[in-house]
Design a protein around this ligand. Structure first.
Ligand SMILES: C[S@@+](CC[C@H](N)C(=O)[O-])C[C@H]1O[C@@H](n2cnc3c(N)ncnc32)[C@H](O)[C@@H]1O
Length: 312
């Protein structure tokens, strides 16, 4: 965004919208919404609000409580930089450095996938039914393994909502694990129950020493042929290693299904987020292994099959 091509852009140098009117919260939001719409950003108004609230260190509601307030010149200068980044399709969560998941605010950066609302279905299932996968005679804590920690969204949401559960969460990416460590530190009430580990799927664990009631994962599952259909926000900014599921998208999910049963306790289950067109293939793989007594699929609010549960 240059001042030349956008003569009325909120200027850094002064607080003047025109010679007469200063930039207020209202006029900045209106200007930015129009500008984002011209650049085909889908949630133009929301993005404008989130960015301005971030710069002014307020929440979105308080923007409306201060609607006619002047926006200080220094804040406008910072805000302009953020507008430019958003128009270049950088995701809002990377710009602000935070994303909420299961009502928990988490730090994110480009080394981790931005947590998605659909992954909350997986958390809901485990919070509600996790205990069903522990033998009734087993009085110990619920033991959960997460494969693919990312920001730590899943393991933190599970630890926060399952009192006493012990969670091992692993990721191949050291950079992702350091973001997860930072987020774990923000949850002192449950942080000692989350053990973070670097490893390639189950390779770092030994099935005779590490067995779990549940193995949960939101692994990479984008198929090679779908790569070009991803939005620029995802394709150009999110880590490829968090998305790329090989030629058909099911490569990592299949490896987890094939090896996972060895790491489950009796009655234990795999709970996996899957691509909406992958359920049939993956249920067939689960059956072929001969290791799972049954498997079923949970649908999201749009009726799409998004979570596979397979019980040993
Ligand atoms: C789709 S992201 C999920 C992140 C986070 N749990 C979430 O739900 O938003 C997948 C994660 O799996 C990790 N990953 C990819 N391949 C892996 C492998 N072979 N072993 C362990 N982790 C892997 C990636 O680094 C990434 O953090």
């Amino acid at each position: 965004m240059t001042t030349k091509s956008n003569p009325s852009a909120p200027r850094a140098q002064s607080n003047e919208q025109t010679d007469r009117e200063p930039w207020t919260v209202r006029s900045v939001l209106q200007w930015t919404t129009d500008f984002f719409e011209k650049h085909d950003l889908e949630s133009a108004r929301l993005d404008a609000e989130v960015l301005l609230a971030h710069v002014l260190e307020q929440n979105r509601l308080s923007l409306y409580l201060h609607y006619e307030d002047k926006v200080p010149a220094a804040s406008l200068q910072v805000y302009r930089g953020l507008i430019r980044r958003r128009v270049n399709r950088e995701p809002i969560a990377y710009i602000t450095g935070v994303r909420e998941f299961y009502s928990i605010p988490l730090a994110v950066d480009p080394s981790v996938l931005i947590p998605r609302p659909e992954t909350e279905h997986l958390v809901e299932y485990v919070v509600e039914h996790g205990q069903d996968h522990a033998d009734s005679a087993d009085k110990g804590p619920l033991k959960i393994l997460e494969i693919g920690t990312g920001s730590g969204n899943l393991c933190i949401a599970l630890a926060e909502n399952l009192a006493g559960a012990r969670i091992v969460s692993l990721d191949i990416s050291a950079a992702a694990l350091s973001v997860a460590m930072k987020n774990r530190r923000g949850h002192p009430g449950c942080s000692e129950r989350i053990h973070l580990l670097q490893g390639d799927l189950l390779g770092a664990l030994h099935p005779e020493r590490a067995r779990f009631h549940l193995i949960v994962s939101n692994p990479p599952y984008v198929a090679a042929e779908s790569w070009d259909d991803l939005s620029p926000e995802v394709r150009d900014y999110e880590p490829r290693g968090a998305l790329d599921g090989g030629r058909l998208g099911t490569e990592i999910l299949e490896r987890i299904l094939k090896d996972g049963a060895d790491y489950l306790l009796p009655e234990g289950a795999l709970v996996l987020e899957i691509g909406e067109d992958q359920a049939e293939t993956l249920q067939a793989v689960a059956q072929e292994t001969g290791r799972y007594r049954r498997s079923w699929v949970l649908e999201d609010y749009a009726g799409k099959p998004r979570v596979l549960v397979a019980v040993v």
